[in-house]
Design a protein around this ligand. Structure first.
Ligand SMILES: Cc1ncc(COP(=O)(O)O)c(C=O)c1O
Length: 394
């Protein structure tokens, strides 16, 4: 245990964060200090079932021994390395990504976060088409850097920073007519989440995604899918594959390296095969430690067949929540381990009650309770979740 943190009790931790961080986050009162498998522990030793993976990140849960061993080995070998040099670990990761990338998408740009993966996609789309405009979806969320923010729909995030440089039109999600009307010969790309996350967990229908693909092709615009949140947790590496659609660009992050900061933008050869050196880049992106973390994560997900488990347990969770027939629940939506429970009232009291029952979940908008469990959950964790939900939704 680190001697630098051993002395910090909850009150001290809270005070230091309050004093020194900009007050940008509505904090939940506990301090998370340790994790083990599907469980998190706070500074008082209280155990919680992790039903959030820290916003979809910890797909392998916490302190996975195989993951920890891979990172330890890499820390003792080589941590940093710029992309202007070749790297064995980066090459091995690129080979692993090639095994899961949609067919016809062989170019992988490595960065450090979801927003960065989106920024790269937006820049690549503009570079490839020479067109300025973007069409995005209402309720869509793409991050808080200025380009990603312009594509994000909610005025709460955008308004303080307008005017935003990128011309973006937001159209209703799931309805093809307004999208068709918004496309013109200046549109560089349409950007969509195949399962909207922050907006409230809304999976797009296969028909809609296929129609978007058709329309973008006809108009000469590119299709960017944002799988920063949906990546890895819907029963396949990428949710877009369920619709049989191949986009031009795909951005992912969160679960890719099980908590090590990383971003990945996947592109077709036509979009990214000829990008001029220097048109985009990042110091930390593609460093050996991040690459090893992603390589270990993807290998473990594949070898333990966790994609199939998520499909089976995700369906079971949805069915069992519906079977509760709770008067507090309006609708249960989702795919795999990306589940939203839309409530008839505000979500905060229910989240607080769940926390008191020893379960950590998330909101997605004001009325939807969001579950993003680690992909290592087994039947016992599903039972534990349902026992807590039975109490709080009664
Ligand atoms: C769909 C989606 N896109 C982009 C982002 C931005 O990712 P980051 O917070 O890593 O910048 C998020 C984060 O929640 C997201 O859910």
């Amino acid at each position: 245990m680190s001697s630098t943190t051993a002395a910090l009790d909850l009150a001290t931790i809270q005070q230091l964060e309050r004093d020194h961080q900009p007050p940008l986050y509505a904090k939940r009162e506990i301090a998370l200090v340790r994790g083990e498998g599907a469980y998190l522990f706070d500074s008082d030793g209280q155990r919680y079932l992790d039903a959030m993976s820290n916003y979809g990140v910890a797909v392998l849960g916490h302190a996975d021994p195989e993951f920890a061993a891979a990172l330890t080995d890499q820390l003792q070998t080589l941590t940093t390395g710029h992309q202007s040099f070749y790297s064995d670990v980066r090459a091995a990761l690129l080979r692993e990504i090639a095994g899961i990338a949609p067919e016809g998408m062989p170019r992988f740009f490595l960065s450090n976060s979801g927003a960065e993966a989106i920024e790269a996609a937006l820049k690549f789309a503009r570079a490839a088409t020479g067109r300025p405009k973007i069409v995005a979806a209402k309720r869509g969320y793409h991050g808080r850097t200025l380009g990603a923010l312009a594509a994000t729909a909610d005025p709460k995030y955008r308004a303080p920073f307008e005017p935003l440089g990128l011309p973006v039109t937001h159209v209703a999600f799931g309805d093809i007519d307004p999208l068709a009307a918004a496309l013109d010969d200046e549109t560089a790309a349409v950007i969509l989440e195949p399962v909207q996350g922050e907006g409230g967990i809304y999976p797009a229908s296969d028909d809609y995604l296929q129609a978007v693909r058709r329309l973008t092709k006809e108009s000469g615009a590119l299709l960017i899918v944002d799988e920063v949140q949906s990546g890895f947790r819907t029963g396949a590496p990428f949710a877009i594959s369920h619709a049989g659609v191949v986009p031009d660009l795909l951005a992912t992050a969160k679960g890719l390296a099980n908590g090590f900061p990383i971003g990945l933008t996947i592109a077709t050869e036509a979009v990214a095969g000829d990008l001029a050196p220097g048109t985009h880049g990042t110091t930390f992106g593609g460093n050996p430690l991040a690459c090893r973390a992603a390589l270990a994560t993807l290998t473990i997900l594949r070898e333990r067949d966790l994609y199939a488990r998520v499909t089976q347990l995700g369906d079971e969770i949805v069915a069992r929540i519906e079977a509760l027939q709770s008067p507090k629940v309006r609708q249960v939506r989702g795919r795999g381990f990306m589940i939203g429970i839309e409530l008839k009232g505000r979500v905060t009291p229910t989240l607080r009650a769940l926390q008191q029952q020893g379960v950590l979940a998330l909101p997605a908008g004001p009325v939807t309770l969001r579950l993003l469990p680690p992909m290592i959950w087994e039947a016992a964790q599903v039972d534990e979740l349902l026992a807590a939900l039975t109490e709080v939704l009664a």
